[in-house]
Design a protein around this ligand. Structure first.
Ligand SMILES: Cc1cc2nc3c(=O)[nH]c(=O)nc-3n(C[C@H](O)[C@H](O)[C@H](O)COP(=O)(O)OP(=O)(O)OC[C@H]3O[C@@H](n4cnc5c(N)ncnc54)[C@H](O)[C@@H]3O)c2cc1C
Length: 377
């Protein structure tokens, strides 16, 4: 296959200063940061999918920095100082994304976030309410204001069934994921970054300190590679602490007089839903079948889809008829450590992966951080 390329093709299309593997939110942001910092760099992104095919075009579009129950769990893993750093990364990442693309382009809407508690969640909800003051103090220096408060009046306003209390986060927002990714791709292309789709990287090798990137379409030469393949990273760089987690999602058909607006966390964040215009997007349920969902394969299962359907019927839309219009899945990357892995793994081969299911918030900063590491190297 290689030999069929012309001299012109081989010298102009297969040789770059920097190659980024993966065109998710992290890869695109890395390329944008590199090109805006150093406009002469010749940069390519190589993507296995016809569209980006990991998490970035499949997510729920929550622009969030953590619900109280998530923050409690995360603080128990990493401690208070590291949690404050994480919240700052999420918050700054969101401001960066908004700064690059603009709120109108990505439909950024600060409709507030709401964590819902069932009557069975009494102990958890009491713990969360007690911690409101603590987390408000923690985020005050980052955001400049308090975010969380109890707002049970919303239960009736939203028309939920089987919800006993609600904690509101007034700084949580939503974006249109499709518009965000479309705009990021367009911006990268406007800057002169080449994007090759339907081109899977099979291997990265180094020859005389210069990496080459092997694909079925041919071998690319480059000075530096950045791998941003997230949950799929172990195929190219084995041994990293990255565990895949599939997220299944559904979207209803438009619902007349939909009362629900905002982003919602239910059952310790294992379920999440939001309005997207006059529809409901609902995802989650990995916790009922962790082992099956620990996969890099896209797919839907009856077990999770039934759980999502029942939640819609019993809790979210108890008084409305609804039909499901879309169902899909996407793959996230998790690990024991809650921070992304941003490092040089071997000479001139870098990676930026594992946004732990919060890449809408962290992806822009993570991309910029790995780009800075490459520029300094
Ligand atoms: C269902 C779901 C809901 C989510 N909801 C939210 C949310 O509401 N808010 C939030 O902040 N985060 C959310 N996330 C997480 C967020 O989407 C991710 O953290 C983020 O998109 C990760 O971006 P990334 O660029 O690191 O990886 P990805 O978007 O996964 O990009 C990796 C890319 O690499 C490509 N690739 C893989 N292997 C190769 C290869 N060998 N060669 C070439 N290309 C390759 C893939 O096709 C993919 O496009 C959600 C994720 C899912 C799945």
């Amino acid at each position: 296959m290689n030999n069929q390329f012309s001299y012109w093709e081989k010298t102009s299309f297969f040789d770059f200063d920097i190659i980024i593997v993966g065109s998710g939110i992290v890869g695109l942001n890395a390329s944008i940061h590199l090109k805006t910092s150093s406009p002469k760099l010749k940069i390519a992104i190589i993507e296995s999918g016809f569209l980006p095919s990991g998490a970035s075009t499949k997510n729920a579009g929550f622009a969030c920095f953590g619900s109280i129950s998530e923050l409690i769990e995360q603080e128990s893993i990493c401690g208070t100082d590291a949690l404050a750093e994480l919240i700052e990364k999420r918050w700054k990442g969101l401001q960066k994304l908004r700064g690059i693309l603009g709120d109108d382009i990505i439909d950024y809407k600060q409709l507030c976030g709401f964590e819902l508690f069932k009557p069975d969640d009494k102990i958890l909800s009491t713990d969360c309410v007690v911690k409101i003051e603590h987390y408000n103090k923690l985020i005050q220096p980052i955001i400049g204001s308090e975010a969380f408060k109890v707002n049970n009046g919303k239960i009736k306003a939203f028309g939920f069934n089987g919800v006993e209390s609600i904690i509101e986060n007034r700084y949580e927002a939503q974006v249109d994921t499709g518009k965000m990714m479309f705009a990021l791709i367009q911006y990268a292309q406007q800057l002169g970054i080449s994007i090759f789709n339907s081109c899977e990287v099979e291997e990265i090798s180094t020859d005389e300190n210069r990496p080459f990137v092997k694909t079925r379409q041919g071998d690319f030469r480059t000075n530096k590679v950045i791998v941003t393949t997230n949950a799929f990273v172990n195929k190219l760089i084995p041994g990293l602490d990255v565990i895949p987690g599939r997220g299944q999602v559904l979207v209803t058909k438009p619902i007349k007089n939909l009362k629900i607006a905002g982003t919602f966390h239910y059952d310790k964040g294992y379920y999440y839903f939001r309005n997207i215009n006059d529809r409901i997007l609902l995802g989650g349920g990995r916790n009922i079948d962790f082992k099956t969902e620990e996969t890099t394969e896209l797919g839907l299962t009856a077990k999770v889809q039934d759980a999502l359907h029942n939640l819609l019927k019993d809790v979210i839309l108890p008084n409305s008829d609804f039909e499901i219009d879309y169902q899909w899945s996407g793959i996230m990357a998790f690990g024991k450590n809650l921070s992304p892995i941003i490092t040089e793994t071997t000479s001139n081969v870098f990676c930026a992966v594992r946004c732990n299911g919060m890449g809408v918030a962290m992806g822009s900063q993570t991309g910029a951080d790995v780009a800075d590491l490459v520029l300094k190297s």
